[in-house]
Structure formats: structure tokens, C-alpha cells
Design a protein around this ligand. Structure first.
Ligand code: SF4
Length: 283
């Protein structure tokens, strides 16, 4: 059981979830890309691609995903499973995303295809690396990440950035986002692809928005965007829902993304904010 949240904070988070955790709030969120595909296998690989690329401006992420998906066709999992080097080059030619070059993207698609060939799915490899006594997803995530990174001597910065390494202690927001999507049940927002893994083991995808709101709600006092901070915020949110602490992530992050809770504290906005009574800036 996590830190004791006041009944008021619990009820305020409930209200935010009721308002924002809805399919009509997905908008340009990268989560919309896997939802375009009916097959679970396609959803899984498209979810990983969308999560890996989820850094930077949302419009640019969308543009890169649109181009990749157009070239991958209607069955991206099968395409990645069977693509050879030349095909991967054709798929990614001219597409870059910040530090990730076309060659980095081709390499990432090749690694995902390799996992599909060897294990059948990303979920199968994740389960294989899972240790029953780990209360979080970290052990299994580390195994999945290591297999995808397959650290050769010539791994570039861009490629490494696509698949962050959990053992380095960063919050690994994009990994945690992917895991939230595939592990939480399909509720019209998350995808519910990996049955049998308890959402209680997930870790909050700690981005700047969630970090700011967690500080505001006194879920943590830590200022660093580290895995330790993400675990501390998750632990605090067990006081909201012990069995699904990150179930409020999508909703709380909307407050930050849409500047409902602005980056710079604005007393006028705070005056009308529903979280005001639980917020360190609101009183
Ligand atoms: S009271 Fe102000 S700072 Fe606090 S959550 Fe609301 S908008 Fe953000």
C-alpha cells in the first residue's frame, strides 16, 4: 500500500480521470496510431514504434509515424518480420526523427522484426524475461530493452535513444508509456494487449507534465526526472488505486499538455482549477 493520500486528493484525481481518460481525448496523442490496426500483433509493434518516437513536438512525431506507417502497409508486423536489409532501407529512406537517422530507424525495425521471428511477439519476450518476484515490470523491461538494443560496438546515439536503457536510472518515460498502453485493459484509451500482467506493476511514465503535477500534488518532492522519482510517484499513486496506480497517467498528463495546469504558475488559472485544494500552489 502506498503513501496515504487524503480522501480529497483521491476524489480530485477521480474527477480528472472521469473528465480526461476518454477516447475522444486521444486527439494527436501517439496512442492513436496503434488503434488504427485491428490485429493485436500489428497494434503491438505500432505501439512500440509510436512510443519510441514519442519525444519532441507532437506534430513532428505524427508526421514521422504517418510516413513510416504508409510504407509499412496494412500489416506492419508481418512486414517487419519478413523485411530484408534493402526493404528496411526503402521503408525508412528520407525519414528522420531528431537524433534518429533513417539508418537508426531501419535498425530499430530490424530489431523488432528479429524479436518477432525469434519469439513470435514482443509480449512473449517480455514474459520470458519476467521474474515472478519482481513487484514492478523493471526486470522484464530490462530484458526486452537489452534484446532490442543488442548493443553492438557500432550502435549510434540515435539508435540508443530509440530504446533507452532502464539500468542507467533514467525514468524511461517512453518505455513506461508503451507498457501502460499494452498492459492496462482496453478501455478505449489503453490497448489491453498483454493479458495476465497486473497493471499494479506498472511505473508512471514520468515526463515534464506528470513531474510538475506530481510535485504540485505533493506526490513527490524529488526534482530529478529519474527512475527513482517515477517509482516514488507511482508508490504515492497506490494511495489512489493500489491495483492500477498509473491509470490516471493519461488524464493527468492532459492537464499539462493542454496547459490546463500551465508550466508557469498563473494565479488566475489556479483560482478556477479543480485540483486547487490539493495543490501546493493553490492555497
Ligand atoms: S492550482 Fe494551479 S498549479 Fe495547482 S494544479 Fe491547479 S493550475 Fe496547476
Amino acid at each position: 500500500m502506498g503513501k496515504r493520500l487524503s480522501a480529497e486528493t483521491v476524489s480530485l484525481i477521480d474527477r480528472v480521470v472521469a473528465e480526461y481518460h476518454r477516447p475522444d481525448r486521444i486527439g494527436l496523442d501517439p496512442l492513436g496510431f496503434p488503434r488504427r490496426f485491428p490485429e493485436p500483433g500489428d497494434r503491438e509493434v505500432v505501439a512500440l514504434l509510436a512510443a519510441c518516437l514519442a519525444w519532441g513536438r507532437v506534430q513532428q512525431i505524427a508526421q514521422v509515424m504517418e510516413r513510416l506507417l504508409e510504407r509499412l502497409g496494412d500489416h506492419p508486423a508481418e512486414r517487419m518480420r519478413s523485411a530484408d536489409e534493402e526493404d528496411l532501407k526503402r521503408i525508412t529512406q528520407g525519414i528522420i526523427h531528431r537524433v534518429a537517422t533513417s539508418a537508426d530507424l531501419a535498425r530499430a525495425l530490424d530489431r523488432i522484426g528479429g524479436v518477432l521471428r525469434d519469439h513470435g511477439s514482443l509480449g512473449a519476450l517480455f514474459r520470458q524475461g519476467d521474474r515472478g518476484d519482481d513487484p514492478t515490470v523493471m526486470t522484464a523491461l530490462t530484458a526486452l530493452s537489452e534484446r532490442l538494443r543488442d548493443d553492438g560496438a557500432n550502435a549510434t546515439r540515435g539508435f540508443k535513444h530509440l530504446f533507452p536503457q532502464p539500468s542507467l536510472g533514467s525514468a524511461c518515460k517512453r518505455w513506461m508509456l508503451f507498457l501502460r498502453w499494452v498492459v492496462r485493459p482496453d478501455d478505449g484509451v489503453d490497448l489491453g494487449l498483454w493479458e495476465g500482467i497486473s497493471p499494479s506493476r506498472l511505473v508512471i511514465p514520468l515526463d515534464t507534465h506528470i513531474h510538475r503535477i506530481a510535485l504540485n500534488l505533493r506526490l513527490t518532492r524529488r526534482r530529478d526526472a529519474s527512475l527513482r522519482t517515477a517509482l516514488e510517484v507511482t508508490e504515492a499513486l497506490r494511495g489512489w488505486r493500489p491495483d492500477d496506480p498509473v491509470g490516471c497517467d493519461f488524464a493527468l498528463s492532459r492537464l499539462g499538455i493542454h496547459q490546463v495546469c500551465p508550466t508557469r504558475v498563473d494565479p488566475v488559472v489556479c483560482e478556477g482549477c479543480g485540483l486547487r485544494s490539493a495543490c501546493r500552489h493553490g492555497l
